[in-house]
Ligand binder design. Sequence first.
Ligand SMILES: [Cu+2]
Length: 191
Amino acid sequence: MFTQRAAAAVFLALTVLLNGCCSTCCPPQQCALLEVESAVCTIHPTSGNTVSGVITFRDVEGGVQVNATITGLSPNQKHGFHIHEFAFTGSADAMCTGGHYDPEKTAWHALPEHADRPHHAGDMGNLVADAQGKAVYTAVIPNITVAGRNAVLGRAVIVHAKSDDGGQPVGNAGGRIGVGNIGIAAPDGHH
Ligand SMILES: [Cu+2]
């Protein structure tokens, strides 16, 4: 008799035969996306704003090394800086990117310096702008990877209008003034 379990087994076998790999059975080294260790995000301003810049992500011991140089910020001000759950698809206010990336459903917001309890994996704290409105950010963000567990690849980064004060539920950081999608970085030397 052709049971449901048998049908599932046949489907699985066909998937492997047709694709050479599937999400439930392939060793990690056979999944091309899992091999991605570096990502990049170009920030563009949302409607009426001026923020732009580039962020790089690289898997390192203990998390992901995040480096960013962002311009067009309010001079001498902090701006909330987060990974949000969905890719940007064009809404003027960037609300299409959803909330803070929280793959472990912690429902708790924190600044990196107060991250002593489970919190949104996408909480990257603040950009700190200089007198010219430029911020250079460098941090290792724990509990994420580029493309493995709690992957950031394919999601969006948001730059907020105001400082993230670490308050619940999302840090009181105000509107979304800059946004970009996180994609696969070209290898070094590629043009
Ligand atoms: Cu945010």
